[in-house]
Design a protein around this ligand. Structure first.
Ligand SMILES: [Zn+2]
Length: 286
């Protein structure tokens, strides 16, 4: 079963150094976010903010590339089902492209940082999804749209920073203690619980409307992306009618890579990723 690439201790230490750089850059970015727009975090209901902490990564996007996983291709559902038929399968056994990351299933603290490769303007993603993402963006542009990468890989520190900022907003809105944390977590995943930290998610907005709110779904770019993303291995991860299951509010801009076959299967099923994975594992274990 494919496993995420493992890093040596030395590489982890080196990457920790990169992370420190991200944190410093992140503070500068926060300042620019506040200046550059109606600070997405301040909007009621809005979740993530466009960020460019990835700029810190871009200085050395291939820092961990020396021990890149040989299993570059996304495992298809059929391949996994075949394996599943041979042995009981659990979430931990799923291939990298089907890895479930949410509040109930956060990344382990020792989960290796993904091998990153820049996609555009200092934004990096897991190298295994880069080409499909580039193809998606290219196809959207060819169709006359203007997709803008608004967020990609985030360090744990950056995720923590965004989460804490959202908790502060919830407190400003009168919520207290756990209530404030729960409210914040509906919009911004706590550290280790975001797919952005795994390098498997990207936030895409319309160049003419770069706001992270529900109106994003009305843009021509977003309509095109929702219709065509599966062809490139992506799913709209937090659909409007699935918040009770995903635990995350509607995000018509957050796309998660799962591989092409799984993306088609999920789109066809009408299920959200949590539901589909559960059904998929049940079938595999049957
Ligand atoms: Zn996102």
């Amino acid at each position: 079963m494919p496993r995420p690439s493992s890093l040596t201790r030395r590489e982890l230490i080196a990457l920790a150094g990169v992370g420190a750089g991200i944190l410093i850059l992140g503070e500068g970015v926060l300042a620019s976010e506040a200046m550059s727009g109606p600070a997405s975090l301040a909007r009621a209901g809005s979740s993530e903010s466009c960020d460019s902490t990835e700029a810190g990564v871009s200085e050395n996007p291939k820092a961990a590339a020396s021990e890149r996983s040989p299993e570059g291709a996304a495992a298809s559902p059929e391949e996994v089902a075949d394996s599943a038929a041979k042995a009981s399968m659990s979430l931990e056994d799923l291939p990298w492209n089907l890895r479930l990351v949410n509040k109930d299933h956060p990344l382990d603290e020792d989960f290796p940082l993904p091998d990153l490769e820049e996609i555009i303007d200092g934004y990096a993603v897991d190298v295994r999804i880069r080409d499909d993402l580039a193809a998606l963006l290219k196809a959207a542009r060819k169709a006359g749209h203007d997709p803008v990468v608004c967020s990609a890989f985030r360090s744990h520190d950056r995720q923590r920073e965004l989460y804490r900022a959202r908790v502060s907003q919830s407190k400003d809105e009168g919520k207290r203690g756990q209530e404030a944390k729960d409210d914040a977590a509906f919009w911004v995943a706590p550290p280790y619980a975001s797919e952005h930290e795994a390098g498997l998610a990207v936030d895409l907005v319309d160049g003419d409307y770069q706001q992270l709110d529900e109106r994003q779904e009305e843009t021509a770019t977003q309509k095109w992306l929702m219709k065509h993303c599966a062809k490139y291995g992506f799913i709209l991860r937090y659909p409007t009618d699935k918040s009770a299951i995903t635990g995350i509010g509607y995000e018509p801009w957050h796309y998660r890579y799962v591989g092409k076959e799984a993306a088609f299967a999920i789109a066809e099923s009408g299920l959200c990723f949590e539901e589909w994975i559960e059904k998929y594992l049940d079938q595999g274990n049957a």
